[in-house]
Design a protein around this ligand. Structure first.
Ligand code: PBG
Length: 342
C-alpha cells in the first residue's frame, strides 16, 4: 500500500477511511506456515503420549465399548499386538486397566494381589514382548471391589488407612509382575508414602510412582466406568476425589505427594481443569501429567460422528491445549491415532 502523509493525529487517510500507522503487526508472525512454525511456542510430540488400554481375560478378544467408539477391551494376546504397533509408531508408554467379572470382585479387592491375576499376567506378557515399552499400572480398588469404590467400604464409609495396606500390597504385586511405573488413582491420604515404603522394602527402589495427585470427582469418567463396569454400587466418590470448585487444594495435594516421594504428578480430568494444570506446573519442579479422560474422548467422538466437528483437527487442538497449559505428558485414548499423524 502506498505511503500516505500522516495527518496531525497520527493516522493516514485512504478513501476517507482513517488507517492508523501501526508499529506492531502481530500478523507478520502468522503470514506463512514456515513463519508460524518458527514462532510456535508449544509442540505435541509422540513421546508426550501415554495410551490407556483396557484388558479382559481370554484370547483373541477385541470387545467394543459403546460409549467409547474405536476403543476396545483387549485380551492380553491382542493387547500385546496393539501395543507393539503403538510402540512402533513412537508411543513410549501404555497404562493398563483390567476389566474383571463380578465373580472376582470382593470387599477387600483380594484379586488385586493375585500373582496370576489378569493384570499381572498382562504386564509380564507385555514386558516379555516389548521390554523397552514403559508399562504403567493403576493402583485403586475399584476394578476389584464389589462396592465399586477405590477403597474399602464399611457402613457406607470409605476407610483410608485400612485401604493403604491393600494399595501397598497391590503395588508390590504389580512391580513383581514387571510394571515400570505405579500409578495410584485412589485419592486416599498418605498412599504415595505408604506405596513408596512398600516398594522400597520389597527391593523395587527403581519402580516409579506417577501419582493422580489432583483427581476430581468428575462426571467425565462415565464411559470409563462403562468399560470396566466399575460404577460405585452405592454413593459417590466425593469423600475422596476432589471438589471441582478447588484449585488451591490441588497444589496442596501435589506438595504432599512430592514429600511422600512421587516422581510424576497428575491432574485429572484435563479439559475442564486446564487452569489447574497451569497452576500445578508453575508450583512444582516434578514432571506433570494430565489425563484426557473417557468423557472428553466420548464428547469429541460423538460430535465427530454426527458430522458436527472435524475430529482430526479438534483432537490435535485439544491435545495441544493440554500441552500449552503445562502438561509434560498426556494420557489419551487418541494416542495411537495421533501418533500416526505426528
Ligand atoms: C479409578 C479410575 C477412574 C479413571 C481412571 N482410574 C475412574 C473413577 O475414578 O471412577 C477414569 C479414567 C477415564 O475416565 O478415562 N481408579
Amino acid at each position: 500500500m502506498a505511503n500516505k502523509e500522516p495527518t496531525q493525529d497520527g493516522t493516514a487517510e485512504t478513501d476517507g477511511l482513517e488507517i492508523p500507522e501501526l508499529v506492531s503487526r502481530p500478523r507478520r508472525n502468522r503470514k506463512s506456515e514456515a513463519v508460524r512454525s518458527l514462532v510456535r511456542e508449544t509442540h505435541l510430540r509422540r513421546d508426550n503420549l501415554i495410551w490407556p488400554l483396557f484388558v479382559v481375560d481370554g484370547s483373541s478378544q477385541k470387545i467394543p465399548i459403546d460409549s467409547m467408539p474405536d476403543c476396545f477391551r483387549y485380551s492380553p494376546d491382542v493387547l500385546v499386538t496393539e501395543a507393539k504397533e503403538a510402540f512402533k509408531r513412537g508411543i513410549p508408554a501404555v497404562a493398563l486397566f483390567p476389566a474383571l467379572p463380578d465373580s472376582l470382585k470382593d470387599r477387600l479387592g483380594t484379586e488385586s494381589t493375585n500373582p496370576e491375576g489378569l493384570l499381572q499376567r498382562t504386564v509380564r506378557q507385555l514386558k516379555d514382548a516389548l521390554p523397552e515399552l514403559a508399562v504403567i499400572t493403576d493402583v485403586a480398588l475399584d476394578p476389584y471391589s464389589s462396592d465399586g469404590h477405590d477403597g474399602i467400604v464399611e457402613d457406607g464409609e470409605i476407610l483410608n488407612d485400612e485401604t493403604l495396606e491393600v494399595l501397598a500390597a497391590m503395588s508390590v504385586s504389580q512391580a513383581e509382575a514387571g510394571a515400570d511405573i505405579i500409578a495410584p488413582s485412589d485419592m486416599m491420604d498418605g498412599r504415595v508414602g505408604r506405596i513408596r515404603e512398600a516398594l522400597d522394602a520389597a527391593g523395587f527402589t527403581s519402580v516409579s510412582i506417577l501419582s493422580y495427585s489432583a483427581k476430581y470427582a468428575s462426571a467425565f469418567y462415565g464411559p470409563f466406568r462403562d468399560a470396566l463396569d466399575s460404577e460405585p454400587r452405592s454413593g459417590d466418590k466425593k469423600t475422596y476425589q476432589m471438589d471441582p470448585a478447588n484449585c488451591e487444594e490441588a497444589v496442596r495435594e501435589v506438595f504432599l505427594d512430592e514429600e511422600e516421594g512421587a516422581d510424576i504428578v497428575m491432574v485429572k480430568p484435563a479439559l475442564a481443569y486446564l487452569d489447574v494444570i497451569a497452576r500445578v506446573k508453575s508450583e512444582t519442579m516434578l514432571p506433570v501429567a494430565a489425563y484426557n479422560v473417557s468423557g472428553e474422548y466420548a464428547m469429541l467422538k460423538a460430535a465427530a460422528r454426527l458430522g458436527w466437528l472435524d475430529e482430526e483437527a479438534a483432537v490435535m487442538e485439544t491435545l495441544l491445549a493440554i500441552r500449552r497449559a503445562g502438561a509434560d505428558m498426556i494420557l489419551t485414548y487418541f494416542a495411537r491415532d495421533v501418533a500416526e499423524r505426528l
